[in-house]
Design a binder for this molecule. Structure first.
Ligand code: PHE
Length: 405
């Protein structure tokens, strides 16, 4: 990053008032965890891909995309909150780091009727054990001829059942689930849409059952959802350690997208799932920062194509620091977390707002954040953390125009 431009992948992008990407984040784009043999992210990727035979798998797309690809092509409204600079990393006002693998839907659907896309994605977010500003998604999509989809799906599901009667979690989409909030698209024939939805749920049920083949009583449920680029839409959740865990979003692809992909006579489904989430569950990895660890004690535990339980190395002691300041209007927690990431790197384990109040006379707002510093691979010293905390105090003032208390 220079004063007026950003250089990445040999290309130069001029900065403007939307630019908010940082060096810390740009460095992550070189890591490509999903392409490292034996890395849990790559192993889960391969496992899932093997449940979609015949699908073309794209896993080399650059994370730098246009706002058109990430949002406009997917029918996001102009004022959709996902576009906000507090949620998304911009190189400039037209170029960004993709926030989801759906950014490649239009392009790949033009080329292929059965496809997977695996990639690193970037979102500005809070800091805790399951959130990291860079993570990995896998997208899947399948198209059918709209005229024959009903018969095609019936035949395929029948064959799958004959091949393995126990494995197929056949799902029939209950028409009462198609509500005004989660509607069929006007342009779709009802029977064609239901067949597509059945095929989607059947495919995804099969995928999780194979992925969790150890778990005898895997429980799966479908929740209504909303995405600008699918309708109807659902989320799949699995019951894990007594809690329902969201693993993916999916739905029937908006016909506008298929029309733009020059496939007006097709109907299809798409899904997008988070690979870290699944890897944390399947490997028992307790903290999302570990995926980025270059520590041999992490990396050498894994073998290609084998899913095995992670053996945690000892937890090092934490160091807790609070910081309080008066905030200007438009203050956003994600902006503060960004400064923490830049100053402390992966030593910041959690950031939590522990107090917030408005001064009764001046109406000014004050916040207090508690930062839990802890390294994954060594004990941190109080001196070292004091230095980081001092630097953080200077940087938040410089970058966020807050007043320390
Ligand atoms: N892109 C969505 C997300 O990141 C997931 C999704 C993909 C939903 C495809 C529907 C269809 O949350």
């Amino acid at each position: 990053i220079t004063t007026d431009s950003i250089i990445i992948g040999g290309k130069t992008y001029p900065k403007d008032d939307a630019t908010n990407v940082t060096t810390t984040i740009l460095e992550k784009t070189a890591r490509q965890l999903h392409l490292i043999p034996a890395h849990p992210i790559a192993t889960i990727k391969d496992r899932i891909a093997s449940t979609f035979p015949g699908f073309k798998h794209y896993d080399q797309f650059s994370p730098v995309v246009t706002t058109k690809e990430n949002f406009d092509d997917l029918c996001f409204s102009d004022d959709h909150p996902g576009r906000s600079v507090t949620d998304t990393y911009y190189l400039n006002n037209k170029i960004m780091l993709r926030t989801h693998t759906s950014a490649h839907q239009l392009q790949t659907l033009k080329e292929s009727d059965k496809l997977l896309v695996t990639a690193d994605v970037y979102r500005r977010d809070e800091i805790d054990a399951s959130h990291y500003p860079a993570f990995h998604q896998m997208e899947g999509a399948q198209l059918f001829d709209a005229k024959t989809v009903v018969a095609d799906v019936q035949k395929e599901i029948k064959e799958a059942l004959a091949a393995n009667p126990a494995s197929a979690g056949i799902q029939t989409t209950d028409t009462t689930l198609i509500t005004p909030e989660n509607p069929k698209q006007d342009c779709h024939d009802e029977a064609a849409m239901l067949a597509t939805a059945d095929h989607l749920k059947h495919s995804l049920n099969l995928m999780v059952r194979r992925l969790f083949s150890q778990e005898k009583n895997l429980q799966v449920r479908w929740i209504d959802a909303q995405f600008p680029f699918t309708s109807p839409s659902w989320e799949m959740e699995i019951l894990y350690q007594g809690k329902w865990l969201e693993v993916l979003g999916c739905g029937v692809i908006r016909q506008d997208i298929l029309n733009n992909a020059d496939k007006p006579d097709k109907i299809g489904w798409a899904f997008g799932l988070g690979l870290e989430r699944l890897a944390m569950v399947l490997y028992g990895i307790p903290d999302i920062r570990l995926f980025w660890s270059q520590d041999a004690r992490f990396l050498r535990q894994f073998e290609p194509s084998k899913i095995q339980k992670f053996k945690p190395f000892s937890k090092y002691s934490p160091c807790i620091k609070d910081i309080s300041f008066w905030v200007p209007e438009g203050f956003h927690e994600n902006n503060f977390c960004e400064v923490v990431r830049d100053v402390a790197g992966d030593i910041a384990e959690t950031v939590e707002m522990i107090d917030k109040f408005t001064h009764p006379k001046t109406n000014r707002q004050s916040v207090c954040f508690r930062i839990n510093y802890r390294s994954m691979d060594r004990n941190v010293t109080n001196n070292e953390i004091n230095e980081i905390q001092e630097k953080l105090r200077t940087e938040v003032v410089d970058r966020m125009k807050v007043e320390l208390r």
